[in-house]
Design a protein around this ligand. Sequence first.
Ligand SMILES: [Zn+2]
Length: 397
Amino acid sequence: MRRTQKFSPRPSNTAAVLRVLREHGPMQRAELVRQTGLARATVMAVVEQLVALGTLQSAKPAASPIAIRSPGRPAEVLVLDPDAGRVVGLAFTYHEVRAVVANYAHTVLAELAEPLPLEQNWQSDLEIGVELVRRVLSASHTDPSQVLGVGLGVPGPVDGRSGVSSASSSNTWLGAVPAEEFANQLALPVVLDNSARLSLLAEARWGVASGCHDVVYLKLSSGVGGGLLTDGVLLRGRAGAAGELGHACVEPGGRVCRCGRRGCLEAYASIPAVLETAHQSLGYQVELDDLLELAKSGDRIVERILAEVGQLVGTAAADLVNLLNPELLVVAGELARAKDILLPAIAGAISAQSLRLPRECVEVVKARYGPEAAAIGGVALVLREEEHLVMPVEEAA
Ligand SMILES: [Zn+2]
């Protein structure tokens, strides 16, 4: 009697299954079949083999500490062995660098931040970032050999093809090749993008935009940055400068912006700009916390200032709503703390200035993540774009 030969999955199918589970986290078998695009029998054979090896476990669904919405379904989900690998997110703003380590179960194991001295060169920032990664690996008891990659974010436009950081008036990283520099210093694979786009990825993977494919992300902070997700694709543009919503003209001939032009959104909706407006209107200087406190206490002047900021943001966003037909406009950054005034004002301006069909699709919401957004987005970038990891150059023996 002939024995049936045991079916052994092809390595490429196993790799495809592992990749989907790494990127999307725990999921049911049916979802895994859909995400891989492989035949059901093939996926089941791979799953059986991985479960036997201990790489994969079948478990009751549990809320992930990163995820805001867990599937919450009663059926069992497939979970990768959390210790099978780890991912690092490292993100720079102009005043801070932050690092996180997450495991394959999408749980953050450690998070550290370090302030950056203003106006220093990128070599000094590089040194601080490398040291921070070493510390966060140690804090999470992670051996570098466990790390799949580092998702790196720097402010300003980044050319994803060449890896060169470019343009932007006050960009510390001007002309640097950060992915290569970090890969060689850390002896780890690194993938690079702009910090605002990484923050958008964090929201789209685990935050308020989880499961959304068409998202406009706007960060109102020391500057105004943005990111665009269209049909699930992160828009980067030829030179990595896509999504610079802060320089949309909202007041022709208006205030001078730091880019040298007049009337940019950033000249009205960044924190320094809003504080300057408040100074002029109130007759005395206030800090952001004071301003938000005044807004909360119902100060009419401050309410009006913030509502006008919201209207200008909505004006800039209205064109994008017509152009891209997003389902969500995510408002992030410290100014989003004034969401009760800002969000309705933004929605009102979009409503008044965009076409009926796209405006009926879009919802304006506050971001889930704060200062940790870009570093967590770095984790999402590694899991999503493994093939773009820049490998360290091996030292000659
Ligand atoms: Zn500008």
